[in-house]
Write a protein that binds this ligand. Structure first.
Ligand code: XMP
Length: 532
């Protein structure tokens, strides 16, 4: 496996992706990691880029032990500069900073330099690369050779004359360096000699063994499921590992999609055998939400009530187990609930461990963070090594149906943040009906998988219309559909007009109280994905 030391570049996690794509396990740790404290032995180390200049005050420095660790090292961008500085080279600000495409001329050193030439194995002449740097190497460290240059960067790729230490100024990990993945592959497979044996099947076996070891013979785990991909996949994996000692709880908060609780029960409990309790708390939630307009207030009510209901249910599960033991002391005693399952994914882990530069943006997390504090449970996070598409692949292998595995995200506060103005039971019904029609029609048109997220929003305004020769004064539904990679930025989806026409006429015909349907053509920014 490969260790990636993160110096805070926005591209660091892409290095992880590229390694995973060639089936090599890798782990990313902050650049402050001391090699002496590492409790596993990587076969290679990659130093990432950084928003810092090596000369900035407080610029992160690599542990020099990296270079004596005895495994190959590849520095990318800032990583290259760290290599140069650590070995007696020079780094200076570029006279003109370089952002964007550049043409790299690969320099082959020939006989006697087989190791150095391995990094660009199979690549000759020129290749297009993506640069993003303000400093560059201006003097080669002793015992290093140039293996690639651009018209403005004479030391754009360097290699030690005999040790497996390499540096590249360009970002090999981004797709804008089309042959970058070949470079990473050469480093990881040919130079580090990693075995490409990290597959989802091996992940499942390893993770099940790990969960069993953590939970022991009796330990029990509780976890919330929402019907979303992550929590369903995590729940099924827990079930595979410890069977009924895992309890899934689904809280019906009254602002779920139409029939959501029934469908999740069917899928997780009936079809997949997961030990699931659905708690219908919709009345409690809707009573608390009645008339609430402010979006943050809605979120708070739902978040707090959720914790409350979940804790009540955990106590019930615990009490039932104790009673069972009292009545039948010979029964195999189940242990206490010690663990809380969370469907945390790798991007969230990266976000929390990555080295933060001064300009680091803080992402708002939407998960149920409050639970742990109050319940004194230890966290178990079986998906914490995976990216979203890997979770989907895992879900498919675990037998979760395709339509669920490919589902769009659905926010925790549910339809409450898609009903503008006060939340009432009537408004929830209207929003549910419109949402069902919208999503049905998108699926029927075969467009669901091209869209990252689609939903209907109910506006709190009324407009005049005419239906059946009668004047109406009814509500407006907004359709939203976006395409996005990471939900940080998003663009609106261009529907074929006939699909929009069908959705509009079905909603106005079938949903009482709505006489207009509009389509949201705002990107993010300046809009957000949700309306609240
Ligand atoms: P925004 O509206 O911030 O949405 O552009 C980005 C993504 O986050 C989801 N979202 C939420 N998810 N609780 C959640 O669990 C929330 O309060 C929440 N607000 C937004 C949104 O659906 C989109 O996928």
């Amino acid at each position: 496996s490969v260790l990636i030391l993160d110096f805070g570049s926005q591209y660091s996690h892409l290095i992880t992706r590229r390694c995973r794509e060639i089936n090599v396990y890798c782990e990313m740790l902050p650049c402050t990691q001391k090699m002496a404290d590492l409790d596993w032995k990587p076969k290679g180390i990659i130093l990432s880029g950084s928003p810092f200049s090596v000369y900035d005050e407080g610029a992160p420095r690599v542990d020099p032990a990296v270079f004596d660790y005895g495994v190959p090292v590849l520095g990318v961008c800032y990583g290259l500069q760290e290599i140069a500085l650590n070995h007696g080279g020079k780094v200076d600000p570029c006279t003109h900073r370089e952002y964007g495409f550049a043409t790299l001329e690969v320099v082959k050193l020939g006989a006697g330099h087989e190791l150095a030439d391995k990094l660009f194995e199979g690549i000759c002449g020129e290749m297009q690369v993506w640069m993003s740097h303000g400093d560059q190497v201006t003097a080669l460290p002793p015992h290093y050779n140039v293996i690639g240059k651009t018209p403005t960067a004479p030391y754009a790729a360097i290699a030690h004359e005999s040790k497996p230490i390499f540096g590249v100024q360009f970002h090999a990990e981004v797709t804008h360096s089309p042959r970058g993945k070949e470079v990473i592959k050469s480093f990881v497979l040919s130079i580090c000699k990693c075995k490409p044996n990290w597959t989802m099947e091996t992940f499942i076996d390893k993770e099940i063994a790990r969960i069993r070891q953590i939970c022991g013979e009796k330990g029990r785990v509780i976890g919330a499921v929402s019907g979303g991909v992550d929590s369903s996949v995590a729940a099924k994996l827990m079930h595979e590992a410890i069977g009924d000692r895992f309890h899934a709880v689904m809280v019906d908060n009254g602002v779920l999609r139409e029939n959501e609780a029934i469908q999740v029960h069917k899928m997780l409990f009936e079809d997949l055998g997961v030990n699931l309790t659905v708690v219908d708390a919709s009345d409690r939630f809707l009573t608390k939400l009645e008339g609430v307009e402010d979006p943050e207030q809605k979120r708070k009510i739902i978040g707090n009530m959720f914790i409350h209901v979940f804790e009540e249910e955990a106590a019930k599960i615990e009490a039932a187990a104790e009673k069972e033991l009292e009545e039948n002391p010979k029964a195999e005693a189940k242990g206490k609930i010690e663990w809380l399952l969370q469907g945390t994914l790798y991007p969230d882990v990266i976000e929390s461990i990555s080295f933060k530069g001064p300009s680091a943006t803080i992402k708002t997390h939407h998960n149920v963070g409050g639970l742990l504090k109050d319940m004194k449970l230890k966290l178990i996070e079986p998906l914490r090594e995976l990216f979203k598409d890997e979770v989907r692949a895992l879900g498919r292998l675990l037998g979760i149906p395709a339509h669920l595995v490919g589902r769009h995200p659905f926010p925790g506060p549910g339809l409450a943040i898609r009903i503008l103005g006060p939340v009432t039971r009537e408004q929830v019904k209207i929003a549910q009906k419109a949402d069902t029609i919208y999503i049905d029609e998108i699926r029927r048109a075969g467009l669901y998988d091209q869209i990252s997220q689609a939903f209907a929003v109910l506006l709190p305004v009324k407009a005049v219309g005419v239906q059946g020769d009668k004047r109406t004064y009814d509500q407006v539904v907004v359709l939203r559909a976006v395409q996005t990679e990471d939900f940080m930025t998003a663009d609106w989806y261009v529907f074929p007009p006939e699909v929009l026409r069908r959705i509009s006429s079905r909603i106005t015909n079938e949903v009482a109280g709505v006489n207009r349907v509009t389509y949201d053509i705002s990107s993010k920014p300046p809009g957000t994905v949700e309306w609240l």
